[in-house]
Design a protein. Structure first.
Length: 104
C-alpha cells in the first residue's frame, strides 16, 4: 500500500528526532515501503532502512542518504540530483530498468 504524505512526514519527523538524540525519536524503517513518486527533496534519511523500498519516480533531490540501507530498493526514474549517498548500501538496487548495482 502506498504511504501517504502525512504518514511519511510523521516518520521523517520521528527520524529527525532520533538523529538529534531526542527521546521521542525513532530510526526511519521504510523497508518495503511504497514511496513511488514521493517528494523527499532535502529529506535527511541518514541511517534509514529503505530495504526493498519502491522509490520509482521519487524526488530525492538533495536528500541525505548517508549510511542508508537501500538494498534491493527500486530507484527507477528517481531524481537523485545532488543526493548524498556516502556509504549507502545500494547492493542489488535498481537505478534504471534492467540495471542493478552489484557490490563486490
Amino acid at each position: 500500500m502506498k504511504m501517504t504524505p502525512t504518514e511519511l512526514a510523521a516518520i521523517l519527523e520521528s527520524h529527525r528526532k532520533w538523529l538529534a538524540d531526542e527521546p521521542s525519536g525513532a530510526r526511519a524503517d521504510l523497508a518495503l515501503a511504497d514511496l513511488t513518486g514521493a517528494n523527499l527533496t532535502r529529506a535527511n534519511l541518514t541511517d534509514a532502512n529503505l530495504t526493498r523500498a519502491d522509490l520509482t519516480g521519487a524526488n530525492l533531490t538533495r536528500a541525505n542518504l548517508t549510511d542508508a540501507i537501500l538494498t534491493l530498493a527500486n530507484l527507477t526514474r528517481a531524481n537523485l540530483t545532488d543526493a548524498i549517498l556516502t556509504d549507502a548500501n545500494l547492493t542489488g538496487a535498481t537505478i534504471w530498468p534492467g540495471w542493478k548495482i552489484v557490490k563486490k
